[in-house]
Design a protein around this ligand. Structure first.
Ligand SMILES: NC(=O)c1ccc[n+]([C@@H]2O[C@H](COP(=O)([O-])OP(=O)(O)OC[C@H]3O[C@@H](n4cnc5c(N)ncnc54)[C@H](O)[C@@H]3O)[C@@H](O)[C@H]2O)c1
Ligand SMILES: [Fe+2]
Length: 437
């Protein structure tokens, strides 16, 4: 990135960092079970509610206890279960139409990030009937209160139940973009481990690594506070401890509850301290190819952290020490390397691949332009990259051909050279040693 643009990005980030304590962040009030949801709606005199979810969740019967509790409280439920992964503008508009046609008074966002984001964007459109979604992209383009919104996450990943973001895809252009506004922070949420018990291992793994990505990107960014650092550290600790258990033993309620807590904490961290290029790149891949968000993040995270190189060592090293992955005797570079190795091992142990299929070389300029547009100037990343430089991050996770195998990793700005890293006291699993897969 050219020095003038770098200066602009850092100045922009500094302004937001200085403004941070004065911005109207809040956290949702946590409700007590599905009865808590019904009681709240009764207390607010709500008679008709829009339930935004997806077909998979409904077919698993996950919404049934809530629907029963609402029926007992004589609250009508209008169902929108058409949310797709990487929810689209069309999903949001269809949900909004149902809300208006049936005179709903509140929205329940029930599902993973896709359903929650669809519900949040639907609320934004109801608040701003004059403004199309694409004109809400970026920061603070909603600026009006949404209808009453209750979020019930069924994956332990996105943290959307506590963030100011909704990420929406334009179904025609495949552009996936975040809408960020304080009005999108749900005022109420229900963290119920029971609804995550049946989340299949692969989704448990990838959505869990999405939460890990939130915590790590927030922690190593340049706009942290003591509170967001603490939340990120606690989230990483919980994920290191509980994700392997939830993956192996889906019915373990303690592990599921800890993962929900971790995703929530990571959400509180990144909503104030931002994410980084892992997310900017993952969003462009989700929009263009429909690659699942958690999978894209899980695969990208270790590669992008390594590509940041020495600029990320200090903070990543500190995170590694604080979460028990490295020891205080390690240098920052060693501690950072151990953390990256730990991520690779977790991925390998949970069957997450090293590369992402389907990325086309000819799409890279467009994908990288979208990532540049999302990430710059807002994300306070350790190493700034322009669209040209961001292309290298995609190549890091593209399956290697013989031609590209030798020269990919060195192309990044951070310029860290690959090396084989063994974790403390254990041999790295096959595939953990760098990029031989
Ligand atoms: N708003 C934010 O702050 C934020 C943060 C990160 C990601 N996101 C967005 O969230 C979306 C991804 O959300 P996600 O990773 O939670 O996945 P998702 O909502 O797309 O769900 C993935 C799949 O899991 C299924 N599923 C969900 N819960 C289940 C359960 N308990 N049991 C069985 N199946 C279940 C769904 O039916 C769906 O098929 C992306 O669009 C991403 O960009 C938003
Ligand atoms: Fe995410």
């Amino acid at each position: 990135m050219n020095p003038l643009r770098k200066l602009y990005c850092r100045a922009y980030q500094l302004v937001f960092r200085i403004a941070l304590p004065f911005l109207p962040y809040r956290e949702p009030k946590l409700l007590d079970g599905v009865q808590g949801v019904a009681d709240l709606l009764v207390s607010k005199n709500v008679h008709q509610v829009l339930l935004v979810t997806d077909k998979g969740i409904r077919s698993h019967g996950l919404t049934r206890p809530l629907e029963d509790a609402l029926a007992e409280a004589f609250i009508g439920v209008i169902l929108f279960d058409g949310t797709v992964a990487n929810p689209t503008v069309a999903n949001v508009e269809a949900a909004r139409k149902l809300y208006l046609d049936h005179g709903c008074q509140a929205i329940i966002a029930f599902g993973g990030g896709s359903s929650m984001d669809c519900a949040k964007a639907c609320g934004a459109r109801i608040a701003r009937p004059d403004r199309q979604l694409d004109r809400m992209e970026g920061l603070l383009h909603v600026m009006r209160p949404l209808p009453l919104l209750i979020a019930v996450p069924t994956t332990a990943g996105t943290g959307s139940e506590t963030t100011l973001a909704a990420v929406i895809t334009d179904g025609e252009t495949h552009h996936k973009y975040p809408i960020n506004d304080f009005a999108l922070i749900p005022p109420y949420a229900l963290l119920d481990p029971e609804v995550t018990i049946g989340l299949p291992p692969r989704l448990t793994a990838t959505t869990g690594m999405d939460a890990m990505t939130h915590a790590v990107e927030a922690y190593i960014g340049g706009s942290t506070t003591r509170g967001t650092r603490q939340a990120a550290v606690e989230a990483v600790r919980l994920i290191l401890e509980s994700l392997p258990v939830a993956y192996e033993h889906g019915g373990d309620r303690t592990a599921r509850a800890k993962m929900l807590r971790a995703a929530y904490l990571a959400g509180t961290a990144f909503t104030k301290s931002y994410v980084g290029y892992v997310h900017a790149v993952a969003h462009s891949l989700g929009g263009q190819y429909g690659i699942a968000h958690g999978l894209a993040n899980a695969v990208l995270l270790p590669e992008v952290l390594e590509a940041y190189g020495p600029a990320a060592h200090k903070k990543l090293g500190r995170l590694a020490v604080e979460t028990g992955v490295a020891s205080v005797r390690d240098t920052p570079a060693q501690a950072a390397a151990k953390f990256i190795a730990k991520l690779r091992k977790m991925n390998a142990d949970m069957g997450i691949p090293r590369t992402l299929e389907g990325i086309r070389e000819e799409d890279l300029p467009m994908l990288a332009r979208n990532a540049d547009h999302e990430g710059n100037p807002l994300y306070p990343v350790p190493v700034l990259m322009d669209a040209q430089e961001l292309q290298a991050l995609y190549r890091l996770v593209m399956p290697k051909t013989e031609e590209t195998a030798n020269d990919t990793a060195g192309n990044c700005t951070g310029g860290a050279k690959p090396e084989t890293i063994l974790l403390d006291g254990e041999n790295a699993a096959p595939g953990v040693s760098h990029r031989s897969a």
